[in-house]
Design a protein around this ligand. Sequence first.
Ligand code: PLP
Length: 387
Amino acid sequence: MLHTAASLSRLGTESAFEVLARAQKLAATGKDIVNLGIGQPDFRTPEHIVEAAVKALRDGHHGYTPANGIPALRQAVAADTRRRHGVEIDPDCVVIVPGGKVTMFFAIMMFGEAGAEIMYPNPGFPIYESVIRYSGATPVPIPLEEKTGFAFSAEAVLAKITPATRLIVINSPSNPTGGVVPKSELDILVAGLQRHPHVAILSDEIYGQMLYEGRTHTTMLSYPEIRDRLIVLDGWSKTYAMTGWRMGFGIWPKSLVDAATRLAINSHSCVNAAAQYAGLAALTGPQGAVAEMVAAFDARRRVIVSELNQIPGFRCVDPAGAFYAFPNIEGTGLTARAAQDRFLNEAGVATIAGTSFGAFGEGYLRFSYANSTENIREAIRRIRACL
Ligand code: PLP
């Protein structure tokens, strides 16, 4: 009998990958599956980005890079932050990592241990709760409710802070709900945090460029009063359709950037060199492809919301950002998990049970609309027939 660490039993998972595996298994038996489960753009990475990686390989960028990323790329992240938000950041506070997830893992492991409390959105990206538990800290959910478009109440968050609270994770626009927290709520949160100087913030802004109907993204970097305790998570996966490249970055407060770099040295050493050159081309090259993808997601968003609202027993609020719809399905009489399994097995449609994103996701299903309009319509047609 192997004697593994007790912490291992506390590690959760991301069900999207399990559903993907089940969908692929069904597809291998000849079943036709429409996959609205996994959250990744269905577009190819723009060609000039791919070319930059090929060129980097041909130019001989085959070795290790600095652990925190190549300097030109960290400078490009700073320039991009200035361009998008008008905010100055020090390129030395940027740590390039293999995917957005890694900043999350580092930040939670830096603050989490037995006796500590970490707050996180629920329903939310499942890895937050998983890593909080793994670290030994107590996860304290921030419930997100349909009636507010799945935006949190800043007062409710502030009311849950205790002397043991070390970190608050926020995510806007959000996975799985598509909810966006209005600036007015962020203002209240930041003002209230002045009374709690011991609390750090991890702001997951990976969907920050995917907003609809004229909305603009408020980065937490725009609040100078919390910059010394703010970690921003962002990356290339969603914005540039680069999920498989494994490219992300964290913007760290000066006091934590050495620890983040040290965690990189202890785990992955550095990110794949050619991928970093691709990331550089993404930030410094034309941005037209990003706008085109967002416009396509917006068109699909309108289709899926309208179609979902016509399924008996379904009710879907307008997602303000990201590429997920999160309908309430209580009217079908099915639990989230039963609906997920039934739609996959009987209708050949992959979706994700809301409970995969935390206990507060019961009664909901996540649909990723990073798929063609035809596939979206077909999926809804099949679900209606199945019900
Ligand atoms: N944060 C959120 C909210 C996400 O939805 C995802 C991916 O689905 C990530 C982070 C991780 O992104 P990456 O694939 O770059 O690790």
